[in-house]
Design a protein around this ligand. Structure first.
Ligand SMILES: [Zn+2]
Length: 354
């Protein structure tokens, strides 16, 4: 959980030993911009985070982001020309036809803002790539994280919603309208009484396995009087509940354990369809809600239950060869991946071999 981003330190690889050229990666996250300068091998030579001030509106906030990027370059001691390419990742997608932000979650007043054009203008960088946060995070894992060396990866981010980034042979799946990989809106319950998703449709995975869904389900079960050591009060925020579920499950609470297992079952259902559509070598679970993640008792139980559902329902070859794991790079994945995607794009246009 990254509640104190400013305090998070990245170990900087010495710029004198970095493999040139250098790439910028910037991630516009929930509250902060994370900016890194990376070398050819994906090593971070400088990094810092600063509030993105989205509340000031797109124009002011974009000018702030551009200044922050230039400051990051300056701090590295590199001049602007040594930065071959920059990758910027944002919530939501760019409309591929207009290059404007399209329905960005949490920042609705940015709808239609020509972010690509403005950031290019304000930074003065010549080669700039834009991508969404989930695809950037997936590329980060593919480049130097838990999916390193694989053919393809689907990264599922369990946060307030469910984000998904898909990378196949080094390319992100963007889709014709910029909505490639909207895995959270996969239908896992077609019944008339299915739960309502944030997108105002019924039965979508996000309504069952996102952090918000876990919080809602938990609250309902406690309110009907089921016994549990989870202590929810009137003022308990939805954001706090998934962590409480994890902690009580870790202590052996039956209801909390069942909630984790049900969350896994629905995720498994969704992943089965993902396997039959993409045939990825690797599926990673990341985001804020990992129930303790790798090595923890509940995290491993969560992963095992997802795996069981896949083994039961997917084509045998797909299930057997799937690498299912937790993501490794946490909230740093997007800035790393944004730089990586920019690097790949620059190779593509230069016609050089990797
Ligand atoms: Zn939905």
């Amino acid at each position: 959980m990254s509640n104190s981003i400013m305090a998070e330190e990245r170990v900087h690889f010495p710029v004198s030993e970095a493999a040139p050229p250098l790439f910028i990666g910037m991630n516009f996250g929930g509250t902060h911009l994370k900016i890194g300068v990376l070398d050819q091998e994906g090593r971070t030579v400088s990094y810092f985070a600063t509030p993105h001030h989205a509340e000031l509106g797109p124009e002011e906030s974009t000018r702030h982001a551009a200044r922050a990027v230039l400051e990051a370059i300056d701090k590295t001691g590199a001049d602007l020309k040594s930065i071959v390419s920059a990758g910027f990742s944002f919530p939501g997608s760019l409309n591929p036809r207009t290059e404007q932000l399209h329905r960005p979650p949490n920042i609705p007043d940015w709808q239609g803002y020509p972010i690509a054009e403005k950031l290019t203008e304000y930074t003065g960088l010549s080669s700039v790539l834009f991508c969404n946060n989930a695809n950037a995070a997936a590329y980060g894992e593919y480049w130097i994280g838990a999916a390193k060396g694989t053919h393809s990866v689907c990264l599922l981010l369990l946060d307030r919603g469910i984000g998904c980034g898909i990378i196949v042979e080094g390319r992100e799946i963007k889709g014709a309208n910029g909505f490639g990989g909207e895995f959270g809106h996969m239908i896992v319950d077609p019944s008339p009484g299915a739960r309502w998703c944030n997108c105002l449709q019924q039965g979508h995975l996000e309504a069952y396995s996102s952090a918000t869904a876990v919080a809602r389900r938990t609250r309902e079960l406690i309110e009907v009087g089921l016994r549990s050591s989870i202590k929810i009060h009137h003022g308990t925020s939805l954001d706090a509940i998934p962590r409480m579920v994890y902690e009580e499950a870790e202590k052996g609470d039956e209801l909390a354990t069942q909630i984790v297992l049900d969350t896994a079952r629905f995720l498994g259902l969704g992943i089965v369809t993902l396997l039959h559509t993409i045939d990825p070598e690797c599926v990673l679970i990341g985001g804020e809600m990992m129930f303790g993640g790798k090595g923890s008792k509940i995290g491993e139980m969560f992963l095992t239950r997802i795996r069981e559902e896949i083994d039961k329902r997917a084509l045998k070859d797909l299930a057997e060869n799937l690498k299912l794991d937790f993501a490794q790079l946490g909230s740093f994945a997007s800035y790393i991946g944004a730089a990586g995607l920019a690097r790949d794009e620059s190779w593509l246009f230069s016609g050089a071999d990797e």
